[in-house]
Each structure stands twice: as C-alpha cells, then as structure tokens.
Write a protein that binds this ligand. Structure first.
Ligand code: DX5
Ligand code: ZN
Length: 215
C-alpha cells in the first residue's frame, strides 16, 4: 500500500481556511486531518462542527476526523453527516469502545482507534478485526507543534506486527511532531499514514515536503 500524507489543519491560517485547504490539496496531500478537541479529554479547544460545515465544500479529498473528546459516541453521527470519510476515536476517551466502533461502522465511515503515547498497543488488540486504522500518537494529544516522542517507535513496530498478523487491510497512522527526519523513522517502523501540521504549513515548498513525507 502506498504511504499517505494527512495534513492537519490545526497549523493552518484560520483566517484563510479555504485557501489553505486548496494549497494543501494542490501540494498533493492525500487526506485532510481535522482535529477536534473539547477542553476535557485534552486541555485545548480547537474547532468543531460549524467550522467543518463551512469548509467541507472546499475539500475534495477524504476528511480524516480525529476526535480528541470525551464520550465521542455523542458526536460521531454529526461528523459522518458532515462528510467524514473516517472517524478516529481515542481508546482512552470512552468506557465503551465497542459501541462507538459499531456506531461509526453503521454510519458507513472508516473506523480509526487511537492510543496516547503511554497506552500499550495490547489494550486495543481485541478490536483489530473491526477497525480500519490504528493511530499511534507520537506526542501527547492536545497541541500542534510539539516534539516527536522517540519512545513511541517501539509501539509503532508493535502495531505493525499486530496489523500483519491480522491479515486485514489496516492503515497505521502516526500523529505529532512529524517532519522529514521523524517521517523517515516512523516509516521504517511501519507507519503508512503520516499526519503533519507544522512541518507542512511552514514548508517553503509544500509539494516537496509532501513527497518527502510520503517517502
Ligand atoms: C495533536 C494533533 C495533531 C497535530 C499535529 O494533538 O492531533 O494532529 O495537529 O501537529 P504537528 O504536525 O504540528 O505536530
Ligand atoms: Zn490529530
């Protein structure tokens, strides 16, 4: 499977969102990564449904929604209605992961399951036959522009082994502190969907930065 690049809008110029989306799409990114934060599951508050509603008409590639919110089951339907191709929830954000997976599936979206840097991969093993993507967070979720945590590399390898043993088409996404150097590292450990915000939006040549990340 070809490596994919998902651009995080968190690092874009919010006063010009539709132009920023065009710029990223023109540079060849594969997905738009939309980070929803509620100030509870993570300290920060980003953006939610109204913003996605107004920018979704400017987006022509898959929307990759990353929900960093408590009790995500309350909102998955709304994001599906707003055109999410995939919805990723955090293992740590709900006592009933199974019901959220079922709900996302029933809405026809791809299911992603994310783990924070300190959550072991073994905790999500039992869901492997029902998900389309694992997201290994490579920073503590909540803010863009953080430094990549190299202690997450072993977990990326572990997640890759789990995916291989499942014999299913499951993507392995990484998110946080991804740039040219860390991008190469995570790919060599088995990641195949690289989320990037700061590195892409601050690049002098975004096309080239996308190519570099894709490897
Ligand atoms: C962090 C978010 C990331 C973030 C990545 O909690 O989930 O998607 O925007 O930003 P960079 O690439 O700047 O680390
Ligand atoms: Zn994210």
């Amino acid at each position: 499977m070809r490596n994919l690049v998902s651009v995080s809008l968190l690092a874009s110029d919010f006063s010009n969102l539709s132009d920023e989306i065009k710029r990223a799409e023109g540079a060849g990114v594969d997905w738009i990564h939309y980070d929803v934060m509620d100030g509870l599951f993570v300290r920060n508050i980003s953006f939610g449904e109204p913003v996605l509603k107004s920018i979704s008409k400017s987006i022509s590639i898959p929307i990759d929604v990353h929900l960093m919110i408590t009790d995500p089951i309350r909102y998955v339907e709304n994001y599906a209605m707003l055109g999410a191709a995939g919805i990723t929830i955090h293992y740590e954000s709900t006592p009933d992961v199974q019901s959220v997976i079922n709900k996302i599936r029933s809405l026809g979206c791809k299911v992603g399951l994310a783990v924070k840097p300190t959550t072991p991969i073994s905790y999500i093993k039992s869901y492997i036959s029902q998900i389309d993507m694992i997201l290994v967070m490579t920073v503590e979720p909540g803010f863009g522009g953080q430094v990549f945590l190299s202690e997450t590399l072993d977990k990326i390898s572990e997640a890759r082994e789990l995916i291989s043993s499942s014999n299913r088409d499951i993507r392995l996404q990484v998110d946080g502190g991804i740039n040219a150097q860390t991008g190469e590292l995570v790919r060599s450990h088995g990641a195949d969907v690289l989320v990037s915000g700061s590195y892409l939006f601050s690049a002098e040549d975004m096309n080239k930065a996308v190519e570099i990340l894709r490897g």
